[in-house]
Design a protein around this ligand. Structure first.
Ligand code: F6P
Length: 536
């Protein structure tokens, strides 16, 4: 069970508040000038990753106090509770075991007296056999043709994670084309269907609850499309990933084509479970397993490393330092690889749905800030979009720079070297700023003010050897654990999502009103808008 400790009442927090007074206006440039070896004190080398966090507004004292905070809220014991299947998702009375779905230790994990790891291994085997069959052409469509295209219908965690991974590992993909349909948007779905051949298309309906309206409505459309092309083909062309078997069977999906989802894996952490079947189909099972193994390596690092060398713990503490003391509200994630273009969107859901909470673990309002706003875009593209605000705006945004030493296509590294020069150059510029530029002839003195900027903007630099299935698994698991640590420190429950669920209920009610054209009592703005929609 997780302890409930108000972080703002801990000794460490009080000391951090005192310490902040001496840190608030410290310039990182001075910290670097005082200690030419600063990078040695603030970096971690682990596996194929080098994390340099020296360009942050911290001293050895800051890190010590932050580590004290982690200890005071009993982080070690909380990590054990996570890995050993305690029901730490208290509000939903569930264990939180996405780590089991990428576990390779063969150790049993008990939930309510049952070893859930057995079911996990069995399901992995089923994913392996099924994806091998589809890829090799042993599994055929209803008219005897091999599958060429897969549509993954799902939303939120049933879409963002797998979609991001399939894009990111495009260089590893086989001949199957995987398409992702999440939004309820005919303007997207129908043009996609028009391009596909029903005879060679496999449809995955991915929904833990099998009630999410966007997913089920899209699935109905695709079912009708299939039926209109090949009568009676649904059984052979549909697969479900769900914990609601009966609903999937009622939809027309045969039992052997249903892959399980379990209570103990939350949607936003589910790409490691059967939800990842689209990944296995796109990349082949072996690459899918390499992804899981990368995550498993990060799990082991997180569970076993001392906190001062523990990457997710360090990242979480830095983030708490900025969020709760400097009051910086957002964090940006900028991967220098176009293949990772959907990483910010996946992390947005994972982090903001987890830690967007305003009640303590005792159900009381928190008296401090919790979840940060997450956003980002691929570098160098982002440099030409929003980096100007990072350099000279009035808001400070701590940024994660994620880069790779080797590109996948490495015959000529010229472009990669240019990309990485930008990567290094930006963190340097953000640190140092620019001052004392010489006045050009005839230039007004005042113009110098516009061209000078102070720097002192915090960044973390992640340098991986190469974007492989293993490193991608490590990156995702690293952010998952960072998020977990933050939730522990903020004394919130990170694994429910009642806010989004309420939105789903309201949408359903309004849908009925639109259907019947009878608008019931809302606030005047909402009634006005629905009536306007109906009258046009
Ligand atoms: O967005 C809310 C949410 O409940 C997410 O947590 C989840 O990933 C998504 O909806 C989809 O839910 P389901 O897999 O049940 O369709």
């Amino acid at each position: 069970m997780l302890k409930s400790v108000n972080p703002s009442r801990t000794d460490a927090w009080k000391k951090l508040s005192e310490h902040f007074k001496s840190m608030e206006f410290v310039q990182m440039q001075h910290l670097f000038a005082e200690n030419a070896d600063r990078v040695n004190d603030f970096h971690v080398k682990w596996n194929s990753l080098l994390l340099d966090y020296s360009k942050n507004k911290v001293t050895a004292e800051t890190m010590k106090l932050l580590l004290d905070l982690a200890n005071e809220v009993d982080l070690k014991q909380s990590i054990e509770a996570l890995f050993t299947g305690d029901k730490i998702n208290v509000t939903e009375d569930r264990a939180v075991l996405h780590t089991v779905s990428r576990d390779f230790s063969q150790q049993p994990i008990f939930v309510d007296g049952e070893d859930v790891s057995k079911e996990v291994y069995k399901t992995r085997e089923k994913i392996k056999l099924f994806s091998n069959d589809v890829i090799s052409g042993r599994y055929l469509g209803a008219t005897g043709k091999a599958i060429t295209d897969v549509i993954n219908i799902g939303i939120g965690g049933s879409d963002l994670g797998p979609k991001m991974v399939v894009e990111a590992l495009d260089n590893y993909s086989n001949q199957l084309n995987v398409h992702f349909v999440s939004n309820i948007d005919d303007d997207y779905l129908f043009p996609l269907l028009a391009k596909l051949n029903a005879e060679t298309t496999l449809v995955l309906v991915v929904s833990k609850t099998f009630t999410t309206q966007e997913t089920i409505e899209n699935a109905k459309h695709v079912k009708a499309w299939l039926d209109s092309n090949i009568i009676g083909s649904v059984e052979q062309h549909f697969v479900a990933v769900t914990s609601a078997n009966q609903e999937a069977i009622a939809f027309g999906i045969k039992e052997t084509n249903i892959f399980p989802m379990w209570d103990f894996i939350g949607g936003r952490f589910s790409l490691w479970s059967s939800v990842g079947i689209s990944i296995s189909l796109a990349l082949g099972y072996d690459n899918y397993e390499r992804l899981l193994k990368g995550a498993y390596q990060m799990d082991t690092h997180f569970r076993q490393s001392d906190f001062d060398q523990n990457i997710p713990v360090i990242l979480a503490l830095l983030s708490v330092w900025y969020n709760n003391f400097y009051q910086y509200e957002t964090e940006a994630i900028v991967p220098y690889s176009s293949l990772l273009r959907s990483l910010p969107a996946h992390l947005q859901q994972m982090i903001m749905e987890s830690n967007g909470k305003d009640k303590t673990r005792e159900g009381q309002p928190v008296n401090y800030q919790t979840g940060t706003l997450i956003w980002g875009e691929v570098g160098a593209t982002a440099q030409h979009a929003f980096f100007q605000l990072f350099h000279q705006g009035t808001k400070v945004v701590p940024i994660d720079f994620i880069g790779f030493i080797k590109p996948f296509h490495d015959k000529d590294k010229t472009n990669h070297d240019i990309l990485m020069s930008n990567f290094f150059g930006q963190t340097e510029a953000l640190l140092k700023g620019k001052r004392g530029r010489k006045r050009q002839e005839g230039e007004l003195e005042m113009l110098r003010n516009f061209r000078d900027f102070e720097g002192n903007k915090p960044t973390n630099t992640f340098l991986f050897e190469q974007l492989t299935p293993e490193t991608l698994g490590q990156i995702i698991a690293m952010y998952e654990h960072k998020t977990f640590v933050q939730g522990i420190i903020w004394n919130i429950f990170s694994f429910d999502q009642f806010g989004v669920e309420y939105g789903k209920v309201l949408a359903k009610n309004i849908q009925e009103e639109i259907k019947s054209k009878k608008v019931s009592e809302h606030d005047c703005s909402t009634s006005f808008l629905i009536n306007y929609y109906l009258s046009n």
